[in-house]
Design a protein around this ligand. Structure first.
Ligand code: HEC
Ligand code: HEC
Ligand code: HEC
Ligand code: HEC
Ligand code: HEC
Ligand code: HEC
Length: 464
């Protein structure tokens, strides 16, 4: 008996030693060190003499890490990805290759995981790439890496990533906010999307869900918007960019990239064309702007925007309240603007509206902005399913002018309403009319009602 216990102890401690030995062996020859030695050998190839070659090959290996307090992370990816900043490593096999196009985002300030995902601290391949059970931010597939740009560049367009602006536009025009909260604004029928890109970091799932919510979420009450595959991808990019990362000011300082398209958009929004021509096309109260960036320095133009009369005494040009990014974008646009741009701007110019038309137009915008379209459909025409409600759908609002007084509609919007179930034995209809008290201001409410009244089909009696 006693001997048997001893034998068990002996075997156990033997097993223990074997395990310890294995662990030590692994620690002594981890994968990253082998990659670093390959890197040193690659570097050595370009050394001129044998002594320098030998010295480079024999360089010690060590874990490399980038500490990023402003992004609340520590990235050790460069432990293996050694050549990211070395142009001589163009075309070298991964993980040793040069990283093109990193430009204004040097590894020393940005690291890697803010764009790619993965587990910054890990030095083991599978763990670093986040392909392990407990890590929720695996590397984004190559096709979706650029979604990350939208975490910091949150407005305007990101050059080379049209999907982000397009996805944001789809979000703003399809009433997603009617059911989803984003950064504190929106409804509560669906999940809060403020951190969607961190919690649901699966592009394939998101894309399938946008093409048909019920294909991946059975019984979902999210409407099928019949998006095209391109639109589903745009929205997926936008969702992936909503990670809710906390960053220091430096990283969010360039929320708008002063690109040429952004400059064109500002030029249109500020109606510059009413006073200025480009290549002879446009307004005549200010100078023609063709070639203006050759006549004046960027500094002169920038100061002129801040204070026209200071730079051009007696100028009648208004002083616009433009940010530095906006001024830069306008200058970049003026450098390339042609008479074709002027023609396009004039063609899209706003026509004069009566106060009534202006209210209806503002109401239509508010109806979209607050997400009413998400439940009541584009143009308030209905079509969104609401099981077990009367008619099985959220009501169209085209006929509200026949059924209600304006004050009654305002009361419904402010107080909300619960649709009665068609069959009391079945579950209540999932979509209810939320209360908008405290969200929709009085002016918007008034305009929304004017908009709803404008929808009443023409030619029908007006309820006398
Ligand atoms: C242990 C070494 C090692 C570490 C640490 C490591 N990588 Fe890699 N990485 C590789 C190797 C090897 C490849 C090429 C083969 C592959 O994809 O598995 C690669 C490929 C990649 C690729 C391109 C292929 C793909 O799957 O998209 C990206 C992007 C990448 N790594 C990013 C990262 C980031 C970000 C980190 C830090 C969180 C990181 N890597 C840390 C070794 C490493
Ligand atoms: C500012 C965002 C950004 C940062 C920061 C960044 N990358 Fe990239 N990375 C990209 C983009 C965009 C691509 C190109 C994807 C493509 O080819 O379409 C890319 C490509 C790569 C590739 C090649 C991918 C492939 O599938 O072949 C690797 C490897 C890689 N990055 C690793 C890193 C590492 C390691 C770091 C940190 C030193 C890093 N990246 C930092 C945005 C970034
Ligand atoms: C973590 C935040 C962050 C991410 C992610 C990020 N950027 Fe940037 N970006 C910045 C900051 C900050 C600057 C200004 C850098 C500087 O010059 O100091 C910048 C500068 C730029 C510029 C230059 C703007 C100019 O003035 O011309 C471009 C273009 C740009 N980023 C595009 C991208 C693209 C494309 C991606 C995705 C691959 C990306 N950025 C991802 C923060 C970010
Ligand atoms: C009528 C209400 C409604 C509208 C309008 C609506 N959704 Fe949803 N959404 C939901 C509900 C409910 C869910 C949860 C069930 C599911 O996964 O489909 C959901 C789920 C989602 C999810 C998955 C969240 C997760 O991680 O589980 C995303 C992403 C999403 N919606 C985005 C959008 C976008 C973008 C729009 C606008 C184009 C939109 N939704 C419009 C009700 C709505
Ligand atoms: C109310 C009419 C008016 C509007 C609107 C207006 N400008 Fe001007 N702008 C002028 C006048 C007048 C001058 C000439 C006096 C001066 O230099 O300030 C001028 C001068 C300029 C100049 C210097 C041209 C040169 O050749 O010296 C630039 C550049 C310019 N404007 C750009 C703009 C842009 C961009 C906008 C829209 C954001 C704009 N302006 C809006 C009237 C206007
Ligand atoms: C989450 C979905 C949802 C959103 C978002 C929503 N509604 Fe509704 N709304 C409903 C439902 C469901 C009803 C039906 C209530 C009932 O039958 O009592 C309704 C009823 C109404 C009615 C009364 C229609 C009638 O025929 O009785 C008006 C008016 C209305 N909504 C306006 C709006 C406006 C304006 C907005 C945006 C500010 C809005 N709704 C946003 C779901 C929604």
């Amino acid at each position: 008996m006693r001997n048997r216990v001893r034998l068990v102890f002996f075997l156990l401690s033997l097993a223990n030693m074997v395990l310890l030995g294995l662990a030590l062996a692994r620690a002594a020859r981890p994968g990253w060190a082998a990659y670093q030695r390959s890197y040193h050998r690659l570097e050595a190839q370009s050394e001129p003499n044998a002594a320098a070659k030998a010295a480079t090959e024999a360089a010690p290996v060590a874990i490399a890490q980038i500490i990023l307090p402003g992004l609340q992370r520590v990235d050790r990816c460069t432990t293996c990805h050694q050549g990211v900043e070395n142009p001589a490593m163009k075309g070298a096999p991964e993980p040793l290759s040069y990283h093109p196009g990193i430009g204004r985002h040097p590894p020393s300030r940005f690291g890697c995981t803010i764009c790619h995902g993965g587990q910054g601290l890990a030095t083991d391949l599978a763990a670093a790439h986040g392909r392990v059970a407990h890590w929720h931010q695996p590397l984004l597939p190559r096709e979706y890496v650029r979604a990350s740009c939208g975490q910091c560049h949150t407005k305007g367009d990101v050059p080379g990533v049209p999907e982000l602006a397009e996805g944001r536009h789809l979000f703003d025009t399809h009433g997603c906010r009617g059911c989803h909260r984003l950064r504190g604004v929106g409804g509560t029928i669906g999940p809060d999307l403020s951190r969607e890109g961190a919690t649901r970091r699966d592009p394939a799932w998101l894309e399938r869900h946008f093409l048909d919510p019920r294909a991946v979420s059975p019984n979902s009450v999210m409407p099928n918007f019949h998006f095209t595959p391109g639109q589903a991808k745009d929205l997926t990019y936008y969702m992936l960019s909503l990670t809710g990362e906390e960053m220091s000011n430096y990283y969010t300082s360039e929320s708008v990239i002063p690109s040429i398209p952004y400059g064109r958009e500002l030029f249109a929004r500020k109606d510059c064309i009413t006073c200025h021509s480009i290549g002879g096309v446009g307004g005549k109260s200010g100078p023609d702007l063709e070639g203006v960036t050759r006549r004046h320095s960027a500094r002169w133009l920038d100061e002129h925007f801040v204070n026209p009369t200071l730079v051009s005494p007696g100028s009648t040009m208004p002083a616009y309240d433009l940010t530095a990014d906006e001024r830069t974008a306008l200058i970049r646009f003026m450098a390339v603007a042609t008479d074709k741009d002027a023609e396009a701007l004039l063609a899209g110019g706003a026509k004069a509206l009566t106060p009534e038309e202006a209210a209806v137009e503002a109401g239509a915008r508010a109806f979209v902005h607050y997400g009413c379209v998400g439940c009541h459909g584009q143009g308030a025409a209905g079509g969104v399913a609401n099981p077990n409600s009367q008619g099985g759908q959220v009501p169209s609002l085209i006929h509200v002018a026949d059924d209600y007084k304006k004050s009654e509609v305002m009361a419904i919007v402010l107080n909300g309403e619960r649709p009665p179930p068609a069959d009391p034995a079945k579950p209540a209809p999932p979509l209810t009319m939320p209360s908008w008290k405290g969200t929709v201001n009085e002016e918007d409410l008034h305009n929304i009602v004017e908009y709803l009244w404008s929808l009443k089909p023409r030619g029908e009696g007006s309820g006398w």
